[in-house]
Ligand binder design. Structure first.
Ligand code: HAM
Length: 417
C-alpha cells in the first residue's frame, strides 16, 4: 500500500462537515467585515518568499518545499499566503481601483516542519490582509475580525496576545540592547540561537528550548525601546480594542516567525494547545508591498490555522452530523426501475435522496437508512407499485402514511418547509 507523505493528512468524510462549517463561518464573517476573496496559486517563485518572509527565518532557511522545474526556475509551494497575496496586488495594480483593499484567501500551505499534534507539513489557513490603511483603528478592526471568526465558530479557551515589534527606526536600537544583554549568556544558548544572535537576535525571544526560555525571562523588552510614533500607535491600538470589547493580553516577549512585521504583532493562543502552537497570528507590515514591487502602502493581516482551530471544536456537535431527507427502500425486483427513477425525481426537486441498487432485505435497508440518518424512508414494493403508491415512514416517530407516487414530491417538500 502506498501511504501518505509524512506530515500530510487526509480530511476524512466524517471530518469534512466540521471543516466546511469552519470555512463557511470564516467566509461569512470576513465578508461582513468587507473582505473579498482572492485565490492565488499554491506555487510561486522561490524569490518571492525569500524577499517577502525573510532569508534568515526558519521558514525560508529550512522549511520550504522548493524545486527547480524543467525550465530551470526555482519554485516553492507557498508556506503562507501573505507574500502571494501582495504579489497579486502589485502585479494587477489592485490598489489603483480600490485604495483600501481587504482580501482573504483560504487554502493549503506547506512547511517542512517536524510533525506533531497540530503541526503538519500541509495545513490550511484562513488568511486575511488589509492594505492601504495605517490607522490604529484598522489594526484593532483586523484583530476584531480574527476574534469574531473564532467566536462565531464557537472556539473556547482563546487568548489574544498582542505586542509591538517597532519599526525600522527603533528596532535596531532594541536589537543592540538585546545583543548586549545576551552576550553574557551566548555559550548557554542553543545552537540555533547562537546563530540567531548574529543573524536575527529577536527570534531568540521566541525560542522554545527551556534554557533559552529561562535566559530571555530577564531580557529587556521591546516595548521599552519603541520610538514615540510606535508607542503612540500601540497605545491607540489597545484603546481601540477596548472600544470594541476585544479581550487581549500584552505579551512584550512575543515576536513572530516572519520578518516582515512592523509595529503591531498578535497571536491567538489556545490555552490547551499552548504557546508554541498558536491557532493564529498576524501583524502589521509597513514596507512589504513596496519590497515586492508594489506601491509604498502599509498593510496588516492574520492567518488562522484550520487544523489547530478545529481541535477545539467538538466533532459530535449535531450541526456537523450529515443527514438525508429520504432513503428509498426497494422491496422486490419489479419496483426497482420505478424506485430508480423516483430517487432521481426527488433529487431534481431539491430533496436529498439515497437508495441501494443491489437486492437487500428491508431490514438491511432500514439499517442503511439509519446510518445515513434519513429523516424518512419511502418503501416501494410490488403491492404499492400496483396501486401507484408508496409508504412513507417518518424515522423520528415511526408513523407511516400512504402517498400517491406522483404526489410524493409535494408531500416531502411540505415536510421540508
Ligand atoms: P504564522 O504564524 O506563520 O503566520 O501562521 C499562522 C497560523 O498558521 C499559525 O498560528 C497556525 O495556526 C498555522 N500554522 C502554521 N504552521 C503550521 C503547521 N506546520 N501546521 C499546522 N498549522 C500551522 C503566517 O503565516 C502569516 N502569513 C500571517 C499573516 C497574514 N501575517 C500578516 N498577514
Amino acid at each position: 500500500m502506498i501511504r501518505l507523505v509524512k506530515g500530510f493528512h487526509d480530511i476524512l468524510p466524517d471530518e469534512t462537515p466540521k471543516w466546511s462549517f469552519i470555512i463557511a463561518t470564516a467566509r461569512s464573517t470576513l465578508e461582513r467585515f468587507g473582505f473579498r476573496e482572492l485565490i492565488p496559486p499554491i506555487m510561486e517563485r522561490t524569490e518571492l518568499f525569500e524577499r517577502g518572509i525573510g532569508e534568515v527565518t526558519d521558514i525560508v532557511e529550512k522549511e520550504m518545499y522548493t524545486f527547480v522545474d524543467l525550465g530551470g526556475e526555482s519554485l516553492s509551494l507557498r508556506p503562507e499566503a501573505t507574500a502571494g497575496t501582495l504579489r497579486a496586488v502589485a502585479e494587477h495594480s489592485l490598489l489603483k481601483r480600490e485604495p483600501v483593499l481587504k482580501l482573504y484567501t483560504i487554502g493549503p500551505m506547506f512547511r517542512r516542519e517536524r510533525p506533531s499534534k497540530g503541526r503538519f507539513r500541509q495545513f490550511f489557513q484562513i488568511n486575511a490582509e488589509v492594505l492601504g490603511d495605517d490607522s490604529p483603528f484598522t489594526d484593532a478592526e483586523t484583530i476584531a475580525a480574527a476574534h469574531s471568526i473564532m467566536t462565531n465558530i464557537g472556539a473556547k479557551n482563546l487568548v489574544m496576545e498582542i505586542n509591538s515589534v517597532g519599526c525600522p527606526k527603533c528596532r535596531p536600537v532594541f536589537r543592540r540592547v538585546l545583543r548586549e544583554f545576551l552576550e553574557k549568556y551566548l555559550d548557554q544558548l542553543c545552537e540555533d540561537c547562537q546563530r540567531r544572535y548574529n543573524t536575527n537576535p529577536l527570534r531568540i525571544l521566541d525560542c522554545k528550548v527551556p534554557k533559552c526560555v529561562e535566559i530571555v525571562q530577564n531580557a529587556p523588552l521591546i516595548t521599552d525601546s519603541l520610538d514615540e510614533d510606535c508607542r503612540e500607535h500601540f497605545d491607540a491600538v489597545r484603546r481601540a480594542l477596548e472600544l470594541l470589547d476585544i479581550p487581549y493580553r500584552n505579551e512584550p516577549r512575543m515576536v513572530r516567525g516572519l520578518d516582515y512585521y512592523t509595529r503591531t504583532a498578535f497571536e491567538i493562543v489556545d490555552s490547551e494547545l499552548g504557546k508554541s502552537k498558536a491557532v493564529g497570528g498576524g501583524g502589521r507590515y509597513d514596507s512589504l508591498l513596496k519590497e515586492l514591487g508594489g506601491p509604498d502602502v502599509s498593510g496588516i493581516g492574520f492567518a488562522i490555522g484550520l487544523e489547530r482551530l478545529s481541535i477545539g471544536i467538538p466533532e459530535d456537535d449535531l450541526d456537523f452530523v450529515p443527514s438525508m431527507d429520504v432513503y428509498v427502500a426497494v422491496i422486490g425486483q419489479k419496483a426497482r426501475e420505478t424506485a430508480f427513477r423516483l430517487v432521481n425525481t426527488l433529487r431534481r426537486a431539491g430533496i436529498s435522496a439515497e437508495t441501494r441498487h443491489s437486492d437487500m432485505s428491508l431490514k438491511a435497508q432500514m439499517k442503511v437508512a439509519d446510518r445515513i440518518r434519513a429523516r424518512s424512508v419511502i418503501m416501494l414494493g410490488d403491492d404499492e407499485l400496483g396501486r401507484n403508491e408508496v409508504t412513507v415512514r417518518k424515522m423520528a416517530t415511526g408513523e407511516q402514511t400512504t402517498v400517491k407516487i406522483d404526489e410524493i414530491v409535494t408531500y416531502l417538500q411540505g415536510d421540508k418547509s
